[in-house]
Design a binder for this molecule. Structure first.
Ligand code: SF4
Ligand code: SF4
Length: 272
């Protein structure tokens, strides 16, 4: 089987057809632009969690995509996941050629012709012989896997344990999206500074969600109705969380070392 794939991005913006997966610090950094969500799916090993941004499906665009197709936050903390595209950090390096072949027929790539099986003169080789050949992409991919491990360490395990008793596992292949409430509750309990940062995020998301709901109602697109309803539910959940966080109802329960680690993690949200 041919495992060599060449690739050249012309920044056409075709694949920016939906909001990306984002880490919590990235969602906090872009709290006025992206509606954050927690995606839950059921793997053979148990619940699998990942944070992401959501928007109306009828828009078929990431909220950061500019009219000319370029990324509006390219130099302002563009999500690390986007820096790995068209690779996928959730698959091993020696499976990336399979990821790339599947993308050539995916909605976001048809017509772009940026992914070419084999070698083609003038196009850089992205993967070959079971490895990521491009050093820049290799660094992005491996760096992002490290960031995803940090997500698991900071909140993944604790939120899994929390959800296990609170929700039925999604059916195989389904992804259930939830507001970030359990993630924020876990982080806010680490220290008072963490609680205040989560409170700011909740307040900013409520403003964004209200605006999004108004936009959805004004546009009246049938495909957007479930998301408008979902955004309303997020706004209500954040209203309750805001009240709990504001009165200190989420008490700090972490050790000093855990508190410092989480504050450093959340501080990364402020970095440009
Ligand atoms: S579709 Fe291909 S060429 Fe266009 S932005 Fe995405 S990766 Fe780049
Ligand atoms: S953040 Fe930028 S690169 Fe990522 S999907 Fe949105 S527009 Fe595309």
């Amino acid at each position: 089987m041919n495992t060599t794939v060449s690739f050249h991005c012309t920044a056409c913006g075709k694949c920016c057809n939906s909001p990306p997966a984002m880490t919590v610090p990235e969602l906090l950094h872009h709290e006025d632009l992206f509606v954050g969500a927690l995606g839950v799916r059921c793997d053979p090993a148990g619940l699998s969690l990942a944070t992401m941004a959501l928007d109306f499906p009828s828009l078929e665009a990431c909220p950061a995509r500019l009219p000319d197709g370029l990324c509006g936050i390219h130099t302002n903390r563009k999500p690390a996941m986007c820096g790995t595209v068209p690779l996928d950090p959730h698959h091993a390096d020696d499976r990336q050629h399979v990821v790339l072949f599947s993308r050539t027929t995916g909605a976001g790539y048809v017509g772009a012709e940026c992914i070419v099986p084999g070698r083609r003169e003038g196009l850089p080789v992205l993967v070959a012989d079971g490895e990521v050949a491009d050093p820049g992409y290799r660094t992005q991919l491996h760096g992002h896997r490290g960031a995803l491990d940090r997500e698991t360490q900071e909140w993944g395990g604790a939120v899994s344990a929390l959800l296990r008793g609170q929700m039925a596992p999604p059916a195989a292949g389904d992804v259930v999206t939830l507001p970030l409430v359990p993630v924020l509750a876990v982080l806010a309990a680490r220290s008072d500074a963490a609680r205040r940062r989560c409170l700011r995020y909740v307040r900013r998301q409520r403003v964004l969600l209200d605006r999004k709901v108004d936009e959805g109602l004004a546009r009246k697109h049938p495909r957007d109705k479930p998301v408008t309803k979902e955004f309303r539910a997020y706004a209500a959940a954040y209203e309750r969380l805001e009240a709990a966080l504001a009165r200190g109802g989420v008490a700090a329960t972490a050790t000093a070392a855990e508190a410092l680690r989480t504050e450093t993690y959340l501080d990364a949200a402020e970095a440009a």
